[in-house]
Design a protein around this ligand. Structure first.
Ligand code: F0G
Length: 464
């Protein structure tokens, strides 16, 4: 088989920024050891997120010029609605400015004290919106999903027995919906199988609970189903995507991921009464129902991107890029989430840095080292992001301590990825020198965005 190549050529380029290691040390200290606090112009390869960072196609840019900026009933809205409907078959389609705006509206309407929502794993903004409403989010990830370095085809699957148990414990009447996140971002960008979606649907039917999909990476998940699930090898991706949505009563979507847009999202559903309540809130917080916090040109870019993302040459290259980097790391002995996820490579910080205890945030220590060594920006998905405190102020750690290197869509080439592998391997070879971190300032919700940290001086280094 020949090399799988980037299925595009480059028409417009932008600079990346080189710094010295000494400069990066000073930049890190000034940013209080939090990668969110570093200026983009101080980053060489930015793998903080795959969200809103895609390179748009010439077609999308052309669509931008067609944007109809009418306040109500814009042409661009109808193109957007048609595009979303062709994939999801949802009746009511509500544009929002990004995924979390959809979540805020949905959980404000359905949430509140005494309510519970269940997912394979809620993404952090989703969980935050649930908790902000007074409700609780419960994650029921399958057993394979808890072991980062054990390979399994569908590690994003919901644990059906745990789902059933949670429903029985909390009472179906207190559960306004169950949500499946595809792919499971917080669990390593791992896919959910069609079989699992069907099984979740059956449990929801039994208890009369609606099923929603957090569809941010629906195309990547669909392609994994095509590659790995029996009976799907010959089905076109759009057909697989339509089948996924056919089991759902609604979905939330961030168009900043699998729609190649720099901003945007939507909320869609089959239930008219719920749609009316959501639209009322939309008008207060986002805008009129045919633009929902977006410009007409953004709606155009999303409408086009949603179709482009299902191109199988693109998806083959996309999934292969993650595998390529993952395999290079495995060869060098680096503990990495396996198999490769759909949008990112995840390092297992607990195994990478066994000498740093979880309450000293090994993931964040690794994030800082990757920046210092090679100007690469990654993000911790572990106890800094998800940790809580018990009544005595002791950290309740996250299940996994991961570092995510999210790959923006259509942005970096193979040599960028080769460089990233070299930097990670270099840090791995001197891992015993890395120290733990201490939080010096934090906020109660979503603390990882703004927290200030410092290196923990008293961490004992492991013997090499
Ligand atoms: N759901 C999932 C699974 C996500 O990954 C995200 C965003 C959202 C919802 C919220 O969407 O950002 O448009 O408001 N994930 C980004 C990330 C931020 O870096 O993984 P949003």
């Amino acid at each position: 088989m020949k090399t799988i190549i980037e299925p595009f050529r480059i028409k417009s380029v932008e600079p990346i920024y080189f710094t010295t290691k000494e400069e990066r040390k000073a930049i890190l200290a000034k940013a209080d050891y939090n990668s969110f606090r570093i200026k983009a112009s101080d980053i060489l390869i930015d793998l903080l997120t795959d969200s809103g960072t895609s390179a748009m196609s010439s077609n999308q840019w052309a669509g931008i010029m067609l944007g109809d900026e009418s306040y109500a009933g814009s042409n661009s809205f109808f193109k957007f609605e048609d595009s979303v409907r062709s994939i999801t078959n949802m009746t009511y389609i509500i544009p929002t400015h990004q995924g979390r705006a959809s979540e805020k509206i949905l959980f404000t309407v359905l949430g509140g004290k005494g309510k519970y929502f269940i997912s394979n794993t809620f993404f952090d903004t989703t969980r935050a919106n649930i908790e902000f409403s007074g409700a609780e989010g419960i994650d029921c990830i399958c057993e394979e999903g808890r072991h980062p370095t054990t390979a399994a085809p569908f590690k994003g699957n919901m644990d059906i027995a745990a789902l059933r148990k949670a429903i029985e414990e909390k009472g179906a009447a207190n559960i306004p919906l169950v949500m499946i996140t595809i792919t499971n971002n917080s669990g390593g960008g791992q896919p959910v199988s069609m079989q699992n979606i069907r099984e979740v649907r059956a449990v929801c039917d039994e208890f009369h609970i609606p099923l929603y999909i957090d569809a941010c990476r629906f195309a990547e998940n669909s392609y994994f189903i095509k590659l790995r699930e029996e009976g799907y090898a010959d089905k076109p991706v759009p057909e697989i995507a339509r089948e996924i949505f056919s089991y759902a009563d609604g979905c939330t979507m961030s168009a900043k991921k699998d729609a190649f847009a720099n901003i945007g999202g939507f909320l869609a559903m089959q239930d008219l009464d719920l749609a009316i309540r959501c639209r009322n809130l939309l008008i207060i917080t986002e805008g009129f129902t045919t633009y929902g916090g977006l410009a007409g040109r953004d709606l155009e870019a999303i409408a086009i991107g949603l179709q482009e993302v299902m191109d199988e040459h693109y998806l083959q290259y996309r999934i292969r890029s993650m595998e390529y980097l993952t395999n290079k790391l495995i060869e060098a002995g680096v503990p990495v989430m396996q198999p490769a996820g759909g949008h990112a490579v995840y390092l297992d910080a607990k195994e990478f840095l066994p000498h740093i205890p979880v309450d000293q945030y090994p993931g964040q220590s690794l994030v800082c080292a990757l920046y210092e060594e090679g100007g690469i920006r990654a993000v911790e998905i572990g106890s800094l992001m998800f940790g809580k405190y018990d009544d005595n102020g002791k950290l309740i750690p996250a299940t996994l301590e991961l570092v995510r290197l999210a790959i923006p869509r259509r942005v970096y080439t193979q040599s960028h990825i080769d460089y990233v592998a070299e930097v990670i391997i270099e840090v791995f070879n001197k891992r015993n020198e890395l120290k733990g971190m201490v939080i010096t300032e934090e906020t109660p919700l979503l603390r990882h965005f703004t927290a200030k940290l410092a290196p923990q001086p008293q961490t004992l280094n492991a013997q090499p």
